[in-house]
Design a protein around this ligand. Structure first.
Ligand SMILES: [Zn+2]
Ligand SMILES: [Zn+2]
Length: 453
């Protein structure tokens, strides 16, 4: 079929653009089967169906269009926007990822010289910025799965490419998370496999620093992962516990305040060992981290994450205390001061958290008493002012208690260290059988109320 020119659409193509707006995948599928529909047709602004679907955040439609051969790098748009730019603007991480995997060019710029990552950052879609900045095409890794030059064997056995690629593209750089990813993959969790992966990561790091358009961020990330793999390998050589000991070391908090000193020192050491000491990024990291006393803010992890992923601060999201995963929303039900993704993360942390939990509980109670005092005072003052000002009876009732949006986790029996499911019930459900869910007592509703301790 002839190359599409702007605004010259068949009726069915108009219909397809309309259907994309409604999100009807089935209808879109039927239309794409019609011989009058070109998957890369252009509307009067030079937008393809894929651009429309990406901008509207319709993931299933994007997938369908890509299956029908949509061109991710079409650049006929009047302002030079690409599908990746629209995905970034929409704030949809899944679509951003999908379009990257389909081969989108991350360096393409629009008519005012902005890349997709810069545009997403400009509109505050930081999750998409993170996805774009951490994308690493599989082909770049697959290069090492073929023998190069005089090598007889490839540097990376093909079976390791998948698991290694998964870790390279992760946006959660928490050392615990990375070690868990290694531990979960029996192919990877072997001394020899880890040695090969380290070698490849170091080579990619070197390439990133030596290529013409140097990429310090990616180089630093590769080096950091290589350091963690190295550490895993050392622990596997010395111990029989399949990395459990390493996880414990990384999580163990010091007695005074539960701060994970080993983890902090490990991340600092990784950064310091970066082999290109002239790198601007290294110097920035060292300047931000070295004056900070161990245990004070910011932690090396938060500085490092911000530099690598572009995540701005840790303001409007909650991060799991164990693995650093974003969006954790389950609290320790005793102290309510630490947050986890799930029960697994809570269990992994309990061995060290149990020592600090009581102290944190006291801290929280004190904070609450203080806050209540301040509030009471404010109310008193306000009431007085109102009476003075108007001499009218103005009633200031106590404000209703805050309903937090985080759930509470099951409590862990401190004597046994075992997690005891807490009896929970939805406020609106009176029947205890329907609410009691045995071991997996974390439910997804946010309206949980404790029945009893
Ligand atoms: Zn977690
Ligand atoms: Zn606690």
């Amino acid at each position: 079929m002839a190359r599409a020119s702007k605004g010259e659409l068949h009726n069915e193509e108009y219909e397809l653009l309309e259907v994309i707006g409604t999100g009807n995948v089935q209808k879109a599928g039927l239309l794409l089967g019609s011989k009058n529909v070109r998957v890369n047709c252009l509307d009067e602004h030079g937008m393809t169906p894929l651009m429309h679907a990406a901008y509207k955040g319709k993931a299933s439609l994007c997938r369908l269009l890509l299956q029908h051969g949509a061109d991710v790098n079409c650049n006929e748009h009047e302002h030079g926007y690409t599908a990746l730019m629209f995905a970034g603007l929409s704030g949809n991480k899944e679509i951003t990822w999908m379009i990257l995997e389909a081969g989108a060019d991350t360096d393409a710029i629009n008519s005012v010289g902005r890349t997709a990552a810069q545009m997403a950052a400009f509109v505050g879609q930081h999750d998409c910025v993170t996805v774009i900045n951490n994308f690493f095409p599989r082909e770049r890794l697959d290069y090492y799965t073929k023998p190069q030059g005089l090598d007889k064997d490839p540097k990376l056995p093909i079976k390791l490419a998948g698991p290694l690629h998964k870790i390279i593209t992760t946006t959660n750089l928490h050392p615990v998370k990375i070690v868990v990813l290694v531990q979960e993959n029996p192919l990877l969790a072997e001394v020899e496999s880890l040695r090969k992966c380290c070698r490849v990561l170091d080579l990619i790091c070197e390439k990133c620093m030596k290529q013409r358009d140097m990429n310090e961020v990616l180089a630093m990330k590769m080096h950091y992962l290589s350091c963690i793999f190295q550490k895993c390998s050392n622990f596997l050589k010395e111990r029989e516990d399949k990395l459990d000991g390493l996880l414990k070391s990384l999580l163990k908090g010091r007695d005074t305040d539960g701060f994970p000193v080993y983890q902090e020192k490990f991340i600092r050491e990784c950064i310091r060992k970066f082999p290109y000491c002239e790198a601007t990024l290294l110097q920035q990291l060292v300047r931000s981290i070295s004056p900070v006393e161990i245990g004070s803010d910011p932690s090396a992890f938060s500085v490092f994450t911000q530099a690598i992923t572009g995540q701005v601060g840790f303001v409007d999201a909650e991060f799991c205390t164990t693995c650093g995963e974003k969006g954790a929303d389950k609290r320790c039900s005793l102290c309510k001061m630490v947050i986890y993704c799930d029960q697994k993360c809570q269990k992994a942390h309990w061995f060290t958290h149990k020592k600090a939990c009581k102290t944190l509980q006291d801290v929280r109670e004190k904070q609450e008493i203080e806050a209540a005092k301040v509030k009471k005072n404010q109310e008193k003052q306000q009431k007085k002012a109102e009476i003075e000002a108007a001499e009218v009876n103005s009633e200031v009732g106590p404000s209703s208690p805050q309903t937090g949006c985080t759930e509470e986790l099951v409590s862990i029996d401190p004597s046994t260290g075992r997690a005891e499911p807490k009896k929970t019930a939805e406020v609106s459900v009176p029947s205890p059988e329907s609410a009691y869910e045995g071991d997996s007592s974390i439910t997804s509703t946010n309206t949980l109320k404790e029945l009893e301790e």
